[in-house]
Design a binder for this molecule. Structure first.
Ligand SMILES: [Zn+2]
Length: 1044
């Protein structure tokens, strides 16, 4: 095994970076400076200085990372002069013209590089080091020496996130005794005035006609913000009462819960809320909350406290039923508990009573996590049970029909289950081997949880996997018209660790066993009905594979998408199901506390009716993994990793959710994957997992008092995988202001984009796609024009002025209109529907990457990138570049990750040395690479280790999809079209370039400001919008969140 094989993934550390600090024995920060003695006096946000993090990022030099296209001479992976031109235009003509036609004034792509003698490690050339390399050389000596250095030594010396000085802010603990709610941002330095926190883009006044009049270098850059925030949060923690605008979704950070929940669980679109509905309307912004109640924590963050109030349950407001939280206040010496939602003064029960000190703070506050921590869990007594809680039951329902066998999907799925239950490797992420340690008896699913296995083709087969058996017993149920479960719960559901040998041998045999049967048509619905009835006593989770359209038996499906509906009003029918059997089963699932994840492979891109099948996942709170062009050698690794992820991520079941908010506000709508029987009812989930997010929109039913804050509480009642019934409470606070200008300082752009995306996805089954694209355009104009009206200051009207906290908003919305859900042109309905449902449930992390991929040049990686910093032990994370072909350099190699797939794009003239460093000796040409390659081999080259480390880093901050690479070799692989699609700043996906889009928005903003705007003229992507006026008026009102 090579030395790199021992390289521990940097993120594997669970050590608490604060263990060496005083008070580290406490389960949480011993004293939070947050809502101590929380007083509803004045809206601190409004009096506060604006959050300056974004401004700090903005101070990062524009070319500070050496990515201005200059350092390439020093890197050496470029072809010699004269070779850089594409000399094989035939194969690439279409794509080149597509990507070349971006029109970003001035060709910033470098045509060729000065000739330089190529030697193997020329990229470590120290004759003319880059700035970064210089720093590196100074600290560690000869760079070439580092190439052969075993990085694992460095890694073992200091893990990133372990023992690192990540928490300078931690010296603030314990903080001053009784600070206000928002202690200010002293630790972040002085804030610039609001007037300086805008970005202006010079354009000529009057009609803007030519795109060349906007400088592409000056338009807001998502990578620049991400890069700066990434560096900032390597050195700072996010303290939830001190910071008011969370980092971009794709940026990892460590949060300290000071009474306000971490933004990992809840992000408000506005952290300073207008006091009136009219004031909100003037901003054009949505008031919404993105909730990810079971979001994963980072290493170094405190686990969520789990509190037990015994038979009486947690204290709650008698009037509005809100749970006790840090923002409720005590009066009358501790005898009255004043609700922060409805202001009702509750009597404190004798068992919960504690006296208050002269400042009104309970004397036992420091020992009470529910009074100091924004996110807590309560164990709840029987009155909260729907049925006796037990450990989660997993039922694997496996397609063994002919296509599943012959396409290799059955084998991949069985391997995935084995990896999920018994695999111990963290390193499989980047294709590395398991550490050389002896595998222990560790469990991947908690004690008390059980698994069962069912297979199906035209019939269904149940397996008794009892550990008392030598091998599994198969019971066939061929009556699919009226099926029953021919096996008691004890035989079907077993402890997978006691029955390891039975399960292992069964899963190993299944592909061979069914290779002789060859039933072409699976009977899906009857199988799932049986599966749900097997789980109806307890609830649980089904993980189901499917490799061909289920055309057999009751509920059989047929080819609905025949292209004749595309692009017309009735296309939306393809995005939903009217199949009564599937709709009925979805309801039954939720009622039984059952949810389902699908793994759907569509070999050769065949129609699978994702709309109907995935409906079960969408309603029951599950997920659909969809492999639209499944090819076993390439995709089986991803299937395996994703099954493992789905089984090992935090999962709860039989869940109910309720969101409460302050008087004056009300919930107007929810968006996500769940069941809501009637408006106002609790949301119901068969299952809910760590990756799922829900969007909540609010409207006004009164006026908010600007002297008070606004409060939000999400309560998720669920059963844990280990079988405990709990309520997870997520408490969020915001300031209230009467001045719209104050609102703009605390906008959370990521949350705004997330709720807009979720709401737009919800509308897909109601409105034609063209309407939705137009509404997204109109919404962008409303918001940006609203800002200009509010901030009528010195900017000349000809300038496009973007609020500091919405600088990248336009690009995200453009990215949204380019997704497969909303884009114009042809797109199979399976892919549109799949994307729609993903958008509805995507977390901020996943959505942000999805709308704007991260792109990393590998040919010019600084030598220290991808290894721990010698001083801090933290992984050195290199900057990413803009998603435009104009930034792609000849001879370059790029990782392109949108959180769903990760392409390795290789220019036709990429250096043979680079290829050998990445892929091994002899792999020196694009043609020599295996097109099915899905991971990097483990080599003792510097570059190979760098890239594997960085892939592991990306994989740890991604969402629900596994990271593995897919080759996109210029001129060779079909996935190159996917690469072109992901360059979202360019003109592609039937929509404008970023520059054109800004020019278009700007023109409409100017028209709005001069009173000449015609709302029906959406203009987005040049779509015709004639006759849309009435429809627009209709949905515009829906989209302002004013209804109901
Ligand atoms: Zn209340």
């Amino acid at each position: 095994m090579s030395s790199y094989g021992h390289l521990p993934p940097y993120q594997a550390s669970t050590a608490d970076p604060r263990q060496t600090q005083p008070g580290a024995q406490q389960p949480r920060p011993p004293v939070t400076p947050g809502p101590t003695g929380y007083q509803q006096g004045g809206s601190p946000y409004a009096q506060n200085t604006p959050n300056v993090q974004q401004n700090q990022y903005a101070q990062t030099p524009k070319n500070g990372y050496g990515y201005g296209g200059t350092p390439v001479e020093d890197q050496g992976y470029f072809p010699p002069q004269g070779q850089a031109l594409i000399d094989d235009p035939g194969s690439m003509e279409g794509l080149v013209s597509q990507m070349g036609g971006t029109g970003l004034g001035g060709d910033t792509a470098v045509a060729s590089r000065p000739g330089k003698k190529k030697n193997r490690h020329a990229y470590h050339n120290i004759d003319q080091p880059t700035v970064a390399a210089q720093a590196f050389n100074q600290s560690t000596g000869n760079a070439a020496q580092y190439v052969n250095q075993d990085p694992s030594q460095q890694m073992s010396a200091s893990h990133p996130y372990a023992g690192q000085p990540i928490t300078p802010a931690m010296s603030q603990f314990p903080a001053q005794a009784n600070p206000p709610f928002s202690p200010g941002l002293q630790s972040l330095g002085q804030s610039p005035g609001f007037g300086t926190s805008v970005q202006t883009i010079p354009t000529p006044s009057g009609p803007v006609s030519a795109q060349g009049q906007v400088d592409p270098e000056q338009i807001p850059s998502i990578p620049r913000v991400r890069n700066a925030a990434t560096q900032y949060y390597l050195e700072h923690v996010y303290s939830t009462m001190e910071h008011h605008i969370p980092p971009p979704g794709a940026v990892p950070f460590v949060a300290i819960d000071q009474g306000n929940s971490s933004p990992k669980f809840a992000r408000l679109t506005l952290n300073n809320i207008p006091s009136t509905s009219d004031s909100l309307s003037s901003t054009g912004l949505p008031l919404g909350l993105v909730l990810q109640p079971l979001a994963p924590l980072s290493a170094g963050e405190h686990p969520i406290p789990v509190l037990d109030f015994g038979e009486v349950g947690p204290p709650r407001c008698r009037r509005c039923r809100a749970y006790i939280n840090p923002f409720m206040t005590f009066r009358s010496g501790g005898n009255k508990l004043v609700c922060n939602m409805c202001t009702f003064p509750n009597d404190v029960s004798p068992e919960y009573f504690a006296p208050t000190d002269p400042t009104g703070i309970r004397v036992d506050r420091a020992q009470r996590p529910e009074l100091t921590t924004g996110t807590v869990e309560y164990l709840v007594p029987k009155e909260y049970w729907a049925k006796e809680p037990v450990g989660l039951r997993w039922l694997f329902v496996i397609d063994v029909s002919q296509d599943a066998v012959s396409k290799g999907f059955l084998a991949a799925f069985c391997d995935g289950i084995l990896a999920a239950l018994y695999g111990e490797d963290e390193e499989k992420l980047d294709g590395a081997e398991i550490n050389g340690e002896v595998p222990g008896e560790s469990r991947n699913i908690p004690v008390g949880s059980k698994v069962g296995i069912v297979t199906f083709d035209k019939a269904m087969h149940f397996y008794n996997c009892s550990d008392k058996l030598e091998q599994a017993q198969m019971l066939v149920m061929s009556d699919i018209e009226d099926p029953f479960v021919p096996l008691g719960s004890d035989g079907l559901f077993v402890d997978p660790y006691k029955s390891k040998s039975v399960i292992t041998s069964l899963l190993a045999q299944l592909p061979k066993l069914f290779s002789h049967v060859k039933n072409p048509e699976p009977a899906l619905l009857p199988t799932l009905e049986s599966a749900v009835s097997a789980l109806s006593a307890t609830g649980g989770k089904i993980v189901c594979s499917l490799a061909s359209l289920p055309t057999w038996g009751p509920g059989r499906l047929f080819l609905r998408d025949k292209n004749d509906l595309h692009g017309i009003e009735t296309e939306k029918k393809l995005f939903q199901t009217d199949n009564p059997g599937f709709k009925k089963l979805a309801g039954k699932m939720v009622e039984s506390g059952v949810g389902i994840d699908f793994f759907i492979a569509a070999p050769a891109g065949r129609y699978m009716d994702v709309a109907t099948i995935g409906h079960l996942s969408a309603v029951s709170g599950g997920e659909t993994y969809f492999y639209p062009n499944y090819v076993a050698p390439r995709d089986s690794l991803q299937v395996s990793l994703e099954i493992k992820h789905t089984v090992t991520r935090e999962t709860g079941y039989q869940a109910l959710m309720k969101v409460r908010c302050s008087n004056g506000l009300q919930v107007s709508s929810y968006h996500g994957n769940f069941l809501q029987h009637t408006f106002g009812a609790d949301l119901e989930f068969g299952v809910i997992d760590a990756d799922k997010a829900i969007g909540v929109m609010f409207s006004y039913d009164g006026k908010l008092d600007a002297k008070l804050d606004a409060h939000f509480q999400c309560a998720l009642l669920y059963t844990t995988a280990s079988g405990e019934r709990r309520v997870r409470c997520t408490n969020t606070v915001a300031g209230v202001s009467e001045h719209a200008a104050e609102i703009m300082k605390f906008i959370d752009q990521e949350a705004v984009v997330n709720v807009i995306a979720k709401e737009a996805a919800t509308r897909m089954t109601e409105r034609p796609l063209k309407d939705i694209r137009n509404v997204l355009t109109e919404k962008s104009i409303d918001i940006l024009a609203g800002y200009r009206k509010i901030k009528s200051d010195s900017h000349p009207p000809g300038q496009l002025v973007l609020p500091e906290n919405l600088k990248e908003f336009s690009m995200y919305i453009l990215g949204l209109t380019k997704t497969r859900a909303f884009k114009a042109g042809h797109e199979p309905s399976d892919r549109r529907t799949h994307t729609m449902r993903q958008l509805k449930s995507m977390s901020p992390v996943e959505l942000e990457l999805f709308l704007y991929p991260r792109i990393l040049p590998l040919h010019s990686l600084p030598a220290e990138s991808g290894f721990p910093d010698a001083n801090t032990g933290q992984l050195v994370v290199p900057p990413t570049i803009r998603a435009s072909f104009s930034r792609i350099e000849d001879g370059g190699a790029y990782l392109v990750d949108d959180g769903q797939i990760c392409l390795l794009w290789l220019h036709v003239h990429v250096s043979p040395n680079l290829l050998e460093d990445l892929f091994g000796a002899g792999k020196s040409s694009l043609q020599s690479l295996d097109p099915m390659l899905n991971s990097l081999p483990i080599l003792e080259t510097h570059l190979n280790a760098q890239v594997r480390n960085l892939l592991a880093y990306w994989g740890s901050n991604r969402g629900s999809k596994a990271i593995r690479i897919q080759l996109a070799r210029q001129g060779l692989d079909g996935s190159e079209y996917e690469f072109a699609r992901m360059l979202v700043e360019d003109r592609n996906n039937e929509a404008q370039s970023y520059v054109d889009w800004l020019v278009n928005l700007h023109r409409h903003i100017q028209m709005e400001l001069s009173g000449q705007r015609r709302r029906e003229d959406g203009g987005g992507g040049g779509m015709s919008t004639m006759g849309m006026e009435n429809a627009m008026a209709g949905i515009t009102s829906l989209w302002t969140g004013k209804e109901g």
